[in-house]
Design a protein around this ligand. Structure first.
Ligand code: DC
Length: 223
């Protein structure tokens, strides 16, 4: 199976790039952040404090997470049979995901589903620890990054497109910086570039340029 890992901070363009790559190169796409977001929302629905590790560990067995692909290739995430996909892209879901993602019990729960997808399909997976932990033997590892300012502008565009309310540019930059800090300073599986990953700084690249760069990397390893 062909396994491509794309890691990087929120707003670096990972999901747009991975989605386009999957469509052009006939791969499945696994958005691993969506799994953390769904788990965060499910815990919130149960009234669990995302920062209380014991409470999170206690509630986890009651959260049954599953993944399906719609006919158009879209990834759907179900919790106990309910499709949570429409609720995953809000700032609130992102924040909850980042908070629950620090716990080892949460990461272990999601590791199996991610690795299994890598074994079953030719897949491009995006996240924070795909190249370092989930798929250490991936055929290609890419680390996408961009400045906080550029990422905040992109995030605002994304939220507006989805019709979600959002705060000011300064507030979004602050949230992004906080999430970066939490994601890259946690003890378990922090956001980090794998030693054998290719770094792509997208700050001054258009989405199409990034997609073309990454597609040509994939084409060259597929030959
Ligand atoms: O990629 P995203 O913004 O949807 O991710 C939401 C949060 O989930 C992110 O802040 C940290 C966590 N996450 C993670 O810890 N590991 C991953 N592989 C993917 C996401």
């Amino acid at each position: 199976m062909l396994n491509i890992a794309i890691d990087g901070p929120g707003g670096s363009g990972k999901s747009s790039v991975a989605k386009a790559l999957a469509a052009r190169m006939d791969l499945k796409y696994l958005d691993t952040g969506a799994l953390y977001r769904a788990l965060g929302l499910a815990l919130k629905q149960r009234g669990v404090d995302p920062e209380d590790e014991q409470a999170v560990a206690g509630a986890l067995p009651s959260v049954e997470l599953s993944l399906e692909y719609a006919e158009d290739g879209r990834q759907l995430v179900f919790v106990n049979g309910e499709d949570l996909t429409p609720y995953l892209r809000t700032q609130d879901a992102a924040d909850g995901a980042s908070k629950v993602a620090v716990h080892g019990c949460v990461r272990n729960k999601l590791l199996g589903i991610q690795r299994e997808t890598g074994k079953r399909f030719n897949v491009v997976m995006d996240g924070r620890d795909i190249g370092t932990v989930v798929l250490p033997g991936a055929d290609l590892k890419i680390f996408l990054t961009a400045s906080v300012e550029v990422r905040a502008k992109r995030r605002i565009g994304e939220l507006e497109k989805a019709g979600h309310p959002h705060g000011s540019m300064e507030e979004i930059m602050e949230e992004i910086a906080q999430r970066d800090y939490r994601d890259s300073h946690r003890e378990i599986a922090p956001l980090k570039q794998a030693e054998d990953a290719v770094l792509v700084d997208t700050s001054s690249m258009s989405l199409e340029e990034v997609i073309e760069t990454v597609c040509s990397m994939v084409s060259s390893i597929r030959k």
